[in-house]
Design a protein around this ligand. Sequence first.
Ligand code: GLN
Length: 313
Amino acid sequence: MAVADIAIARIVAEIAEEMRSHENRGKVATYIPPLAQVPADKFGIAVILHDGTVHAAGDAEEPFSIQSISKVFALTLALGAVGDQLWHRVGREPSGSAFNSIVQLETEHGIPRNPFVNAGAIVLCDVLLGRLQPREAIGQMLRFVRELAGDDGIAIDETVARAELETGFRNMALANYMRAFGNIHGDVGMVLGTYFHFCALAMNCRQLAMAGRYLMGGGQVGGHRVVTEKRARRINALMMSCGHYDNSGDFAYRIGLPGKSGVGGGILAVAPGIASIAVWSPGLNPSGNSHLGQLALERLVQRTGWSVFEPRG
Ligand code: GLN
């Protein structure tokens, strides 16, 4: 093991140890009933380096609901399906509002600010359903993340998907509102069913960090091209500017990495050319981002110098 590897192994272990006993853990999401059952004392971290070395600690092997992190994979699939045409239907600006906000949609004529707020991801699902049946789109997503992670054990938690279907009134409002503006073309129920299944993907930190490797590697994983280099760069740019909702500026300020959070308490973060990182702790801050997940990433970049704003060379 190289010296740098040993140092990173120690940093990851120390971060997990600090987070294990941290008192302020944020609040677990309760608006999706099965998520409310997840104990707040969980913490996991997995760091995969460019050479494939995996460093993991804490509850890194325990699956959790990836929720909005799935929006990164949905964006990748939607860009694969329609390319830059996508940008006629969704913007690329930070929203400055909550993930499930409806207010901007009225003044902006049903065009969501970016693909990483709920309304934006609902449009991504509608785009995918332009060519596929819901079952096919869900199957495509599952195959995609399994292939990215190299792990056929990844599954969708049907209990979570059903709970979201039963309680997702805000998402129904968003989808119907966009339908009224003509920015949802398909059946609203089918679009939402697809969206909820994407959100209900269950993965552990190691699987998630594995799945994020294409964004670390300029679109490639071990010689296999997933997206072009330009597209990987652009997805990373959107994760940096929009990946944490109205908390994205603070995330860039404190951590300085492209990242995407979910209300399950996971965060996927990418240090381009260096590492793919997943952290998980279910307690959230008021913007719906993992409180300890962000703190852990902050510690990691402080100790490794991995922020993209760090001078290189
Ligand atoms: N499924 C969640 C919702 O639609 C996703 C939100 C999130 O992770 N921020 O409300």
